[in-house]
Design a protein around this ligand. Sequence first.
Ligand SMILES: [Zn+2]
Ligand SMILES: [Zn+2]
Length: 108
Amino acid sequence: MRTARSRRAENTGFTCGWCHAEVPANTDGHYRNHCPYCLWSLHVDDLPGDRASECRQLMEPVGLVEKSGKGWQVVHRCTACGHRQPNRLVRDGEAPDDLDLVLHLPWL
Ligand SMILES: [Zn+2]
Ligand SMILES: [Zn+2]
């Protein structure tokens, strides 16, 4: 059965479109938008968290940026349309982002 839910509340597990890992929902109170095991993402947002994009193609992790107040963010680039989007790293809770992979990304 489908239930209506607000987009904001959408914090569910998913299967990674790149490495096919089963990704658990975030447990640190934020909403997860990329795979913690390979860092790939899906182009689903026009603005972070809005789920408004119809692109839905894979987004590659291309580098890191540091934003004041937000800490490190991984920059994703859509393999289909080239849209770039910084996303917060998941450092706490269940299945945090793979720090080895994060540290191998170039600073942008
Ligand atoms: Zn993955
Ligand atoms: Zn795209």
